[in-house]
Design a protein around this ligand. Structure first.
Ligand SMILES: Nc1ncnc2c1ncn2[C@@H]1O[C@H](COP(=O)(O)OP(=O)(O)O)[C@@H](O)[C@H]1O
Ligand SMILES: Cc1cn([C@H]2C[C@H](O)[C@@H](COP(=O)(O)O)O2)c(=O)[nH]c1=O
Length: 214
């Protein structure tokens, strides 16, 4: 039976790599799939992994209707067996509902990949709908790590290495910080709550890991 699976993890936990591997494994066995992404760092209509692999993909935008896109693809190619949907946190809840309908009414497997929560620990609307509707939610198996060595569970947004807690929910960026730009850093919950990034922890003298209530 077809299923909707949501593969979730922090930034830099291997989601796009797994998306590309999933596509490779299915297509190399003769299954026909479509690749989607939204706001990939590599640019429009690209699906990229930090391991260096990058391929073309259909860019999702506010107007994308998955049912229509798949119907069109079916009329051109005959059949569609599965969809790989990267950066799914950026999809609208209604688009996630279209994906669930494709699973249930068209028998198409949907493999969605994305982060759960934003830099303020709030669920992205698309991810929330995926958690609500998915047959399975899978956590990435190779954990990204906080600077302290603990499993990273949260995504921090940084400017010059300092964590910020104000701003738009969507700002495309990477985990490699460069001066003056918005970047991201994955942290354990403890250090996310204390707003303690690698840069701010390194700047502290002594043990440097006490709760700063100021
Ligand atoms: N030079 C490298 N050598 C080995 N693994 C790497 C290297 N660079 C990145 N990675 C792996 O790639 C992962 C990030 O993969 P990616 O698919 O881009 O993540 P995500 O889509 O979750 O942000 C890292 O967690 C790490 O395991
Ligand atoms: C936490 C957070 C992230 N983003 C953006 C930053 C990246 O462009 C993507 C995540 O990509 P990855 O493949 O998982 O590394 O999401 C954002 O817009 N807002 C946030 O709060």
């Amino acid at each position: 039976m077809a299923e909707l699976v949501f593969f979730s993890g922090t930034m830099d936990s291997g989601k796009s790599t797994l998306a590309l591997q999933t596509h490779h494994n299915h297509s190399s066995r003769g299954r026909h799939g479509l690749l989607f992404t939204r706001n990939d760092r590599a640019g429009q209509a690209r699906l990229s992994s930090r391991l260096g692999l990058e391929v073309d993909a259909d860019e999702v935008d506010d107007a994308t209707d998955f049912w229509a896109v798949v119907s069109d693809a079916r009329s051109r190619t005959g059949h569609v067996d599965y969809l790989v949907c990267d950066e799914a946190q950026f999809y609208a809840p209604e688009q996630v509902e279209q994906l669930a309908r494709l699973v249930d009414e068209a028998g198409i497997d949907v493999y969605a990949f994305g982060i759960l929560a934003d830099f303020r620990t709030r669920l992205f609307p698309g991810s929330a709908r995926l958690v609500e509707l998915a047959d399975r939610v899978e956590t990435l198996q190779v954990p990204a790590l906080c600077w302290c060595g603990a499993r990273a569970t949260h995504n921090a947004r940084t400017v010059d290495g300092r964590m910020v807690v104000e701003g738009e929910q969507v700002v495309v960026g990477d985990v490699d910080a460069s001066a003056g730009t918005v970047a991201y850093e994955v942290l354990c919950r403890r250090h996310h709550a204390r707003r303690m990034t690698l840069a701010t922890a390194s700047a502290r003298s002594g043990p440097g890991d006490t709760l700063d209530l100021a």
